[in-house]
Design a protein around this ligand. Sequence first.
Ligand SMILES: [Zn+2]
Length: 310
Amino acid sequence: MSAAQALTGSIAASHVIKWLRAWYSTDMPDAIDLEILRQMLPSTPYGTGVREIKQPVQFNEDAFEGMLARDPNDHEVWGIAYNGRSRPERQRFTIAHELGHFILHRGQQQSFNCDKQSVHTGIDTLRDIEREADDFASNLLMPGDLLRSWISNQRIDFRVLGDIAKRFNVSLEALCIRYIKFTTDRAILVYWDNGYMKYEWRSGSARRTRARIRRNGEPVEPMPGTLAADASITQEWDGTEMSAAIWCPEEAQHMKLREFKHSYNTRDRVLTLLLLESAEPRSWDRSWQDEESFDSFDQFVSNGQLPDRR
Ligand SMILES: [Zn+2]
């Protein structure tokens, strides 16, 4: 496999971070300045054959979240557009995602139209290039070394994660997805849309210990007894401790977890974070086999994240 074929979102992000840190030499801000990166990229090895990436332009059409396209009149120029109705931190993530397409995929396509799901969730039903661009954005905006130093020796809760999200200028959702892929603890993130599960992310150790939430049919709804199912509770940022078996039926009776809940303004969208007590891996269990295909993408991602490998 050639070096070009092996380039992934996380590897590209780690190189870009290195170049940015060299450019600043000292005092690089925690929130990466995408303007500087946009201007820098054409002069780096990732900008071969490109003279300019134009300043991103806003558009207010909900069909797209972001777009990258080559100038039809000048093939050495590329442009980015993003949804101006999104929150500022989502606009940043979208621009980073489009820069990811620029670095990783511009040899394959002349233009990229990305919807909300492609840009912000990284879920396993997406096309490979969307997941790679998400991975690039996530690793670029939330560098692993900073994240590690800020979460180590900390009791994690939504306040800690929310503060880190502010420092990086990313959404709580983006930070939580990054955290789940990063942490060595057992953690599960669920996003609910109108009462139904939209996606679920599990940390590597949650998968290895086969911690997974109870399925009550398709589409999945939160189980009774959880904060997620309790409409009278909209926010729980400090966490509520409960028996892990309420969420994960295969957990031992003595196992505990802490459940966190964040409801968005409209309240029909909810982010749930579950932090479970540690447990021994159960990878020799036969039913591990059944989970293999479902989890192959997650494993691919955690194995492929070079800067985070441990
Ligand atoms: Zn995309």
